[in-house]
Design a protein around this ligand. Structure first.
Ligand code: NAD
Length: 360
């Protein structure tokens, strides 16, 4: 990740947990680890053994999105203070995006900011959330509403750990991989069309290639617009939200309970592609390729039963990407080329919503 002095290494491949002690960001440092109750029984011991640590240096939180709270941030901070972790200590996040976002946020706050290392254990975290420095917790009034930009000192993505991931979580991560191909890496998209079956069986070569391409793309986008501050929030980093405005509407409509984030993003990709085709920006055949790939990944390609076009309109208007009263969407100019735009014919959006909600 090229961010000057805040740049860091992202390592991807099998067997990396066992090599944790070889990382400069961890070697010879006082280390504390935050993880969750699903990941701890699977991967904590190998990591502790690699780093020569004991269970006393670990905080295990319950698993799940509902744990990404201010209350748990306080729990982590309190634990760090009681342990008197010095300012030059390191906090390690061992887990999926929930643990990464929460621990990263605590690392940003503790004594005004300490180093942290991401050891992502879900596909979503390996291709997306562990890279880029967005950290935070949810609030009753909105997801990720309290947070900080705080870049990790290293990201260690051991692909072996994905073997224990539930298939639904793997598919949710694949939605973000497809997103990366669509928004900026046409070759990745083509590889996915060709090799999706190998990816679903966690073929090491295909997996490492896909994760590396996603991290490279994300690193490039983040380096260009680290804090999503360019062009009033509609700059390069906003491209990473492809599919997310549609997806957030589904997540909010279903109260973040029945759809995983990646599932909603997968549907959002189909909807953004469909709308781009209706605008004449991409070929209808390319929109069909997107839906077919999302479907093959095992992700839903239709909104939840009963969700109406107006539900989408109401929720999408609230999305943070609404700029100056106009809805701003990430749309496609080609497979591998996305654009942030508020300048589109609203009729195309209406037709997409009608089509997907079965009201066409
Ligand atoms: N910071 C960012 O830029 C960014 C980007 C995208 C998403 N996110 C955030 O990421 C979070 C979602 O992340 P997630 O999908 O990784 O969810 P998660 O952390 O809840 O993990 C999903 C589930 O898989 C379990 N798990 C994790 N690794 C496992 C493994 N190797 N084997 C078996 N089970 C395992 C977890 O315990 C959990 O039950 C959301 O809170 C989202 O807001 C952040």
């Amino acid at each position: 990740m090229a961010l000057g002095r805040r740049g860091y290494d992202i390592r991807i491949g099998p067997g990396l947990l066992a090599e944790a002690a070889s990382y400069k960001a961890l070697r010879g440092r006082l280390v504390r680890i935050v993880t969750d109750a699903n990941v701890a029984p699977l991967y904590l011991q190998p990591l502790l053994a690699a780093l020569g640590l004991s269970a006393a240096e670990v905080l295990v939180l319950p698993a799940g999105e509902s744990q990404k709270t201010w209350a748990n941030a306080e729990t982590v901070l309190d634990w760090l203070l009681r342990a008197r972790l010095p300012r030059d200590g390191v906090l390690v996040a061992l887990g999926g995006g929930v643990i990464g976002d929460l621990a990263g946020f605590c690392a940003a706050l503790y004594q005004r900011g300490i180093d942290f290392v991401q050891i992502p254990t879900t596909l979503l975290a390996q291709v997306d959330s562990s890279v880029g420095g967005k950290t935070g917790v949810n609030h009753a009034r909105g997801k990720n509403m309290i947070g900080a930009f705080h870049q990790p000192r290293a990201v260690i993505a051991d692909t072996d750990v994905l073997r224990t991931l539930p298939p639904r979580e793997l598919a949710a991560g694949l939605a973000e991989v497809i997103k990366c191909g669509l928004l900026g890496d046409a070759a990745l998209f083509a590889h996915l069309e060709r090799d999706l079956d190998r990816l679903l069986t966690l073929d090491a070569e295909v997996l490492a290639d896909a994760i590396e391409r996603c991290c490279t793309l994300k690193a490039r986008v983040v380096a260009a617009d680290e804090r999503e501050s360019l062009q009033g929030g509609g700059g390069p980093r906003a491209l990473l939200n492809l599919g997310h405005t549609f997806g957030h509407a589904v997540e909010t409509h279903t109260h973040y309970e029945s759809w995983l984030h990646g599932e909603a993003v997968g549907l959002g990709l189909c909807m953004a592609a469909d709308m781009s085709a209706r605008l004449g920006w991409i070929a209808a055949a390319d929109a069909a390729r997107v839906t077919e790939l999302v479907r093959r990944a095992g992700l839903p390609v239709r909104p939840p039963a009963g969700m109406r076009p107006q539900d989408f309109m109401d929720l999408m208007a609230l999305d943070k990407k609404a700029a100056g009263g106009r809805m701003r969407l990430v749309l496609l100019r080609a497979v591998g080329d996305a654009v942030v735009s508020a300048d589109f014919d609203p009729a195309a959006l209406e037709r997409t919503l009608a089509e997907f909600c079965g009201a066409a």
